[in-house]
Write a new protein. Sequence first.
Length: 68
Amino acid sequence: MALPSPSKLATLITSDENLAGASLATRILLGRLRIEVRNNPAQLDAKVAELLDFARRNDYAAADLAHI
């Protein structure tokens, strides 16, 4: 499954978009990433890379991100 672009993931991390359709693991990770970026916005690029790595290693996360 194709992963969303880094800019779309950055928007997802910085937004308050509802994650109800995603798996629990994806929701937990995105929740943590959102908090970390709110506390330190300079970390956004690193957190996007972390989310991309997570999605590459977990097919369910890639599917979640494609449908959010």
